[in-house]
Every structure is written in C-alpha cells, then in structure tokens.
Design a protein around this ligand. Sequence first.
Ligand code: F6P
Length: 332
Amino acid sequence: MKRIAIITSGGDAPGMNAAIRAATLTAISSGCEVFGVKRGYQGLITGEIMELTSMAVSEILHQGGTVLHSARSKEFQTVEGREKAAIQLRNLGVEGIIVIGGDGSFRGARELSNLGFATVGIPGTIDNDIQCTDLSIGFDTALNTVLDSITKIRDTAVSHDRVYVVEVMGKNSGFIALYAALAGGADAVLVPEIEPDLDQVIKRIHTVNRIGRRHSIVLVAEGVYGDPLSGRSFTESAAFKVGTYLNLKVKKDIRITILGHIQRGGSPSALDLTLGTRFGAKAVDVLLAGENGKMVGWVDHDVQVSAMDEAIARKKQVEPEIFKLAEILAST
Ligand code: F6P
C-alpha cells in the first residue's frame, strides 16, 4: 500500500489532530504518500483533498478541533454520492483510508470498504459511546471542560443558595454526565440510559437542604428526553424541561446552564494527545498489514484492534454500577 487518505467526520473532538499527525508521520516513515480529506465525506465527494506532509502536520498537536475540518454529509448516504467519493479516491490511487470519528463515521467507512478500499476506524467523539474501546479521543478533554464549568457554577450556587441544572453533551449517551457527576460531586445526574426520576431529584435537593447545604448541582445529559439531534427546538432542551419542573415543585432559586459546544473545544489533554497519537500510528500499521474493516481502541491499558462492525452494531452503554455509585455519593 503506497497511498493513504485520512478523514475526520462527525462532531470534532480534541485530540483528532494528534491522530492525524501520528498517522501522517508514521505513513510517511513507511514510504507512503498521505492525503487529507477536508470536511469529512462531503469533502471527499467534492474532491477537497490535500497532500499531507510532515510540514503540514507540524504545530497542530495542541490545537483542538480538526485541521481537516468535519461535516455531516447527507449526499454520502446515497449510492451516487458514495460513487463520486470512490472516483475521487481512485483518481488519486488511494488504497487505504483512516476514518476518525464516531459510529456514524464508521458506517461510512464500511461503505468505502464495500467499494474496495481498505479502511480502519479511529474512535474520535467526546460522547465516548463507541464499543471496543474504553476511551474515545476527546472524552477526557471534554470531561475536564465540564468539571471546570461545574466548579465555576458551584461558586455562584453557594453564593446565592441556588439549584443549578447543568446540561452536558453526549448525544444519546450519558458518559459525560455520569463521569462529570462523579468527578464534580453533583447532587443528582440524569442519563439517557436510565429512566429519569425528577421526584427523586427533588427528594435529594430537600435532603441536601436538611443537612444544611443550601445549594445543589443537578447534571443532565442532553439526550435524557430523546435524541438531541432530532431537530427539536432549543426550548425543548433537557435542562429546560428539568428546570421548569423543579421550579414548580421546589421552593428554591432554580437556574439552568447549557454548556453546549464549549465541550467540543479546547487544547487536548495529555491523555487525548497520547491516545490520538497511539491510535494514529496503530491505524497505519493495521492498513500496512493488509487488514480492512478494523478499528483501533484502548482496551486494558493498550491499543487493541477490533472489527469495526462490532462498534457499528451497538453503542457502548454507561455502566449501571457507576451510576449507582454516583447515586450513593450524592445521597449520603
Ligand atoms: O457527537 C458529538 C456531539 O458533540 C454530541 O455530543 C452532540 O449532541 C452533537 O455532537 C452536536 O452536533 P452538532 O455539532 O452538529 O450540533
């Protein structure tokens, strides 16, 4: 294999640039030419493709986001769109493709495999909801961003004896909310994987008040009441629903904060930088070994290779025992 392309797709994640850099430098060191596809699968269709050299990937490690940009592409979901993409790749003589993104991006990679290209997936999404890896690129940085935000919100909650409902991202998974609740000491956490019980949240706020603490932090995953990307209006946000209900039932000053896209930005953490680097290098090794339809992941403290179809088949769910721990710590 002499020509490899790299695509970043779906929501960007801090650490993607580390994966792009490591994959490019590893491939070049093995005598390959590397191409970067801009704007995900849509850019592949329109031919927004540039050569990636050592110079092109220098000084990108510390940058959040993806220097290749990303986009969601409806056209790639059509046979005609995928054929246009394949023609672009064939014209360049590209044989192998590294796709950095979430499960939706991996589904696109599988379509490219079906068109005769060797593909390997790198899990890159702050949601951390990809099977076959304990961690996806971006999750650790996003978690630290949320933790910093909770710490800042707690200061004003204490000053004003308020209840803050803080909405975090995660699409239809609760990893960000759950781990931020553990790390940030939230009084309650609501995740899409578990039926929300707002009366239980109210009980917890009253318990906290009885023991003398007059402020509370309630963490809510954005997907608690359904897919946040289903085109619902802003006023249908999870935080809005929870805050409105608490306002009716609790005689406290309630405020809502929706953290939104700050969770996607920022300079990557050391963990995301090393994870992205390890994943990028391994992905090239997998392609040069002649493998196809694989993904790299972080399992048992090392990089492991799995079948991409496993990650496409089902999303990773939050561990119930971790949710139980969060509940115990919040209610004691
Ligand atoms: O998948 C990453 C993610 O940040 C989700 O947590 C969130 O629901 C979604 O992307 C937001 O998508 P967009 O950036 O297209 O609004």
